[in-house]
Design a protein around this ligand. Sequence first.
Ligand code: G
Ligand code: G
Ligand code: MN
Ligand code: NA
Length: 254
Amino acid sequence: LSLESDLRQALERSEFVLYYQPQVDIRRWEVVGVEALIRWQHPVRGMVSPLTFIPLAEEVGLIDQIGQWVLRTACAQQVAWRAYGLSEISIAINLSGVQFQQADLVESIRTIVRETGANPAGLELELTESTAMHDAENAVVVFQQLKAMGFSLSIDDFGTGYSSLAYLKRFPIDTIKIDRAFVKDLASESEQAAIAIAIIAMAHGLKLRVLAEGVETQPQLDILRNQGCDAIQGYFFSHPLPADLVEQLIRDLR
Ligand code: G
Ligand code: G
Ligand code: MN
Ligand code: NA
C-alpha cells in the first residue's frame, strides 16, 4: 500500500506524536522553551521522517488536518504543563508553507486556542524564511493578525532563503532562528561561520532575539555565546524528546 493511503489513516489511528526539543537561554543556561516536532510512528515502516511525510501531506491536501492536530496537541500540552507548574516554558510550533497560504488559517488557529484554553503568549509560531519571503505582503498581514492574538513569531531556517531586509523589518516577529547549516562549521572560520555571526549582528540591529539551531559541540556554543547569541537548540543540550522526558529534564535542572 502507498505511503499516501497510510498517511490518510494515520490521524484516526493515532500514529502521530509530538516530540519536544529544548531551547536554552545561553546566558542563564535555562530551558526557556521547546520546539514541537511531529513524529509518525508507523506500525510497519517504523518512524517516518517529517522530511518525507510533511511534503507529501502538503501535496495530497492533508496538511491542514495534520497542522491542526499539531497545534491542538501542543496547546493541550501547554495547558497540562501549566497545571504542573511549568507555565513559563514556551512551545514553538512549525507552520508549513501550504498552511500559511490558507485563507482560514488565522480563524482555525483562533478556534483551537479557544477550545483548548491555551495562552498564545506562551506559544511561538515558526515560519521558514523561504515561506515568509515567498509572499511577503501576505506574511505581513497574517503575522499582524497572529501577533494581535498574542502569539510570538519566529523566522525558521534563516539564511537559507532570500531575505528582503525591508520586509524583515516590517514583519512583527520576535525571533530569528539561524539555520543549522551555518552553525555546523562555526569553529572553523569558514564562510558559513561568517554568515552566522553576521545574522546575529543583524538580528540584534533589528532588536530581534536570535536562536542558533543544530548546536552539537562546546566550541560552537562558545563562539555563539561570545557573539551574543541569545539561545540555542541542538543535540549538544538535548535531542527532541517525548513530553514526559522533556518535563523530567526541565525538573532535574532546577
Ligand atoms: O524533527 P526533524 O529534524 O525530523 O524535522 C524535519 C523537518 O520537519 C524540519 O524542517 C521541521 O521543521 C519539520 N517539521 C517537524 N515537525 C513539524 C510540524 O509539526 N509541522 C511542520 N509543518 N513541519 C514540521
Ligand atoms: O527545520 P526545523 O528547524 O524546524 O527542523 C528542526 C530539525 O532539526 C528537527 O528535525 C530536529 O530533529 C533537527 N535537529 C535538532 N537538533 C539538531 C542537531 O543538533 N543537529 C542536527 N543535525 N539536527 C538537529
Ligand atoms: Mn523549526
Ligand atoms: Na530550522
